[in-house]
Design a protein around this ligand. Structure first.
Ligand code: CDP
Ligand code: MG
Length: 223
């Protein structure tokens, strides 16, 4: 049976309500999927590099390595018929602005490539990625992911998700002139504090920096 690797990126993991909502909606959209393994970790740089090796050399690769290491990620494997394509459909297009408003990236993504989650793009890559995460992160597929994910949902679903639109607006304001970055970073950090109950301000400031960093890619490339 086909498997795929789902990784909630730091923007969804640190915003606990977003992570819980994303898991809940994935379970609802893919009710036949089996969930195998569940892991919350800080991605070590050697794993980040291997996971994103296909993007090495691209203009966004350094940002991507930085972003995935801003905070913890949540990893799990979904198994089911045509699950690779079906999970990507639920997630939506890569860029938040291009993702359908009904998709998870459209709903919860902040801006550009700050887009909630990674999902394998084809079955052969899924196999490679799953093997990598088993080896390098001890993702244990014999563990029932369903139970762990339901516990996560129960714990965090009530956490407020109140900042998405405001942070998007701040990013648009920043991208008009690319000035006063520190001020925009502080404003985003303040908003994240409301949504990220178990992270320190300094950690949230790092996430805010990565969000603006994705906007900087727009300035520095013709993406
Ligand atoms: O994640 P997905 O498979 O949809 O996209 P990808 O092309 O494999 O790119 C990996 C990740 O890099 C994206 O999810 C974005 O977070 C980021 N990215 C970006 O920020 N800017 C780009 N021009 C391309 C990718
Ligand atoms: Mg990809």
């Amino acid at each position: 049976m086909e498997q795929t690797l789902l990784i909630l990126k730091p923007d969804a993991t640190m915003r606990r309500g977003v992570g819980a909502a994303v898991f809940e909606q994935i379970l609802n959209a893919l009710p036949d999927a089996k969930l195998k393994g569940f892991l919350e970790i800080a991605v070590p740089s050697h794993l980040a590099e291997k996971h994103y090796a296909v993007h090495e050399g691209k203009f966004f690769y350094p940002w991507l390595l930085q972003f995935i290491q801003v905070g913890n990620v949540l990893a799990t494997v979904l198994e089911g018929e045509d699950i690779v394509a079906r999970l990507r459909e639920v997630l939506g297009a890569t860029f938040v602005e291009k993702a359908s408003p009904d998709s998870l990236r459209g709903k919860y993504g902040i801006v550009g490539g700050v887009n909630v989650a990674h999902a394998s793009d084809e079955p052969a890559n899924a196999e490679k990625e799953i093997a990598l995460w088993q080896k390098e992160a001890q993702l244990d597929l014999s563990q029932d992911g369903f139970e762990a994910i339901n516990a996560y949902i129960a714990k965090w679903l009530e956490t407020p998700i109140v900042a998405t639109e405001q942070i998007r607006q701040i990013c648009q304001d920043y991208a008009r002139e690319y000035l006063n970055r520190d001020i925009y970073q502080s404003e985003i950090t303040e908003l994240l504090i409301e949504e990220c109950p178990d992270w320190m301000e300094a950690e949230l400031s790092t996430l805010a920096n990565a969000i603006l960093g994705n906007m900087d890619l727009d300035r520095d490339s013709d993406r």
